[in-house]
Design a protein around this ligand. Structure first.
Ligand code: GAR
Length: 204
């Protein structure tokens, strides 16, 4: 049985690309990238999905009267495509506790720091790397974790560290964290979680 994966994105989608490449190279064992949902119609990630013939949709908060309706639209798509695992890969929208509880232990997120540092409310994208440089830590990295009701607070699945260089800018650090950590651990974490889900199904 294949684990059907939905990837939720908002922007460039290089983490989505890492998953696409891993699938192509046979490194996403027993997984299928079945669906991409973007909350931003201009997300370049949509082009990546199209290029690789992955079903993709835009569900934008602005198109719905309430957050509830917005999340219902996402939920319907996830159920329609019989998604087993939801991967937040640069998805810049906070999901409600109600939504998260609909998919217990079935939502994972990649965050560009070593949790519990530089995470939580207000820490996303380039802001994380700005905060890392401002604080002056010498080691940063990335974390893949389960999503629960606490922002960036769910159980950690994988982490990888990256050294901060003396001349780093937020942009150079962001690039290295993506290349050296995020693109490496995200496909691995997806495979690990898919194995767990498979075991759960077999034990049922
Ligand atoms: C990645 O660095 C990801 O870890 C981060 O946004 C970037 C998206 O890049 N996510 C967060 O900050 C979530 N809190 P991508 O669109 O190229 O994958």
């Amino acid at each position: 049985m294949l684990t059907k994966i939905a990837v939720l994105v908002s922007g460039n989608g290089t983490n989505l690309q890492a998953l696409i490449d891993a699938e192509k190279n046979g490194k996403l064992e027993n997984c299928q990238l079945a669906l991409v949902i973007a909350n931003n119609p201009n997300a370049y990630a949509l082009k990546r999905a199209a290029e690789h013939n992955i079903m993709h949709f835009v569900i934008s908060r602005k198109a719905y009267k309430t957050s509830l309706k917005y999340e219902e639209a996402m939920q319907n798509l996830l159920l329609e495509y019989k998604i087993d695992l939801i991967v937040l890969a640069g998805f810049m929208s906070i999901l409600s506790p109600q939504f998260i509880q609909m998919f217990p232990n079935r939502i994972i997120n990649i965050h560009p720091s070593l949790i519990p540092s530089f995470c939580g409310n207000g820490y996303y994208g380039i802001k994380v790397h700005q905060a890392v440089l401002k604080y002056g830590v010498q080691i940063t990295g990335a974390t893949v974790h389960y999503v629960n009701e606490i922002i960036d607070g769910g159980k950690i699945i994988l982490q990888k560290s990256v050294m901060v260089q003396p001349l780093d800018t937020p942009e150079s650090l962001q690039k290295r964290v993506l290349e050296e950590a995020e693109w490496v651990i995200l496909p691995k974490a997806v495979t690990l979680v898919a194995q767990e889900l498979k075991k759960e199904k077999q034990d049922d």
